[in-house]
Design a protein around this ligand. Sequence first.
Ligand code: PMT
Length: 404
Amino acid sequence: MDNISGKRIILGVSGGIAVYKAVELLRLLTKSGADVHVVMTGAAQEFVTPLTFQTLSSNPVHLDLFNLIAEREISHISLADRADLFIVAPATANVIGKIACGIADDMLTTTIMATKAPVLIAPAMNVNMYTNPIYRENEQKLIRNGYLFVDPVSGSLACGWEGQGKLAAPEAIFEAAVAALSIKDLADHTIMVTAGPTREEIDPVRYISNHSSGKMGYALARAAVRRGARVILVSGPTCLTVPDGVELVAVESACEMRAAVMSRVGLCDVVIKAAAVADYRPLERKTAKIKKKSEHMSIELQKNPDILAELGAMQKRPFLVGFAAETCDLSEYALKKLKAKNLDMIVANDVSQVDAGFNVETNRALLLFRNGRSEECSLMTKDGLAVIILDSIAAELACRTPAD
Ligand code: PMT
């Protein structure tokens, strides 16, 4: 779940080889329910025709400041006024230079000058243009004035040079757009999220683990960073991409996770423990691969530290959110954990369901709070559940006095 649905977004496209990526960005925005209006410069039309943008946006494309039909209602002003967000992708050095200098000589630059909506700029250009001190000054001036940027990435550029200048991936620009549209109600908070499984090594080739994919924890980290929080993600091994803006601390075992959490908890005012920490580890880790011999074998296990319980026992502890992975009697077991581990809130999920819990895109949960309040969350995406969990956390934090 994101906050793009129903938003009016102006997508400004200026001329460069990366214009084709703006088509993909447009697809991502419209698929999420945005009402996208495209403004193209003359140079952009040399790379991709307006018809492509018009067909995919289902809206007329704005090209000309002096179009007699569109300008009957002064379209650059009405577009600017009605925008929730303005994205320029790709943004050339020329367009960025014009915006920085207050030059408004075409439909794109005039509309940007007239808008009060946040403007998100995704530059794309040759590496030498990108590092040119005049360009850098222009970018800094715009940042100082509140314009948002999605930095270009490094790679081989269409002009033959290697270096930074490639337009950021459409997914990264989309993510920055979601963040730009989010209320920054967690801006003053540092939130630690734990995610994924832990691996407890038996020997150099084998380990004990579980089915956690990390999706729930990563969804929480992504949602928190969008709302302006500083996010520290302590993650066991996963195949997931770390959300932009999140500080990753990669760990393997429960003991490593404990060390990572305990050494950083002092920085945090909220800890959300979505990780599926292995309760036991082998008493001894063999240094050489165990050879296959007898028909049966047993491995002696030792209890792992309960990280959440240790956090709950701290004298001055952060706002603590635990998860409970249960297969029956959800609320009873979750409530016991909430009390035993001294939590502020627990998210109970029934992991026996095929569409919830481990390694699926969706989840359903029962939220239980320290003050006895509870909230049922029906089946939804993990991104959606993350938003609801953070809404609850933000509301609880807002009620706290500084002494709490
Ligand atoms: O990663 P996904 O595939 O998206 O799956 C999500 C999830 C099912 C893993 C997630 O929603 C979830 O339920 N995480 C908690 C899993 C778990 O370990 O639950 P538990 O009931 O065993 O533990 C209770 C709480 O104590 C958890 O917050 C856990 O992080 C914490 N704990 C547990 C054991 C331990 N040694 N240290 C801990 O801190």
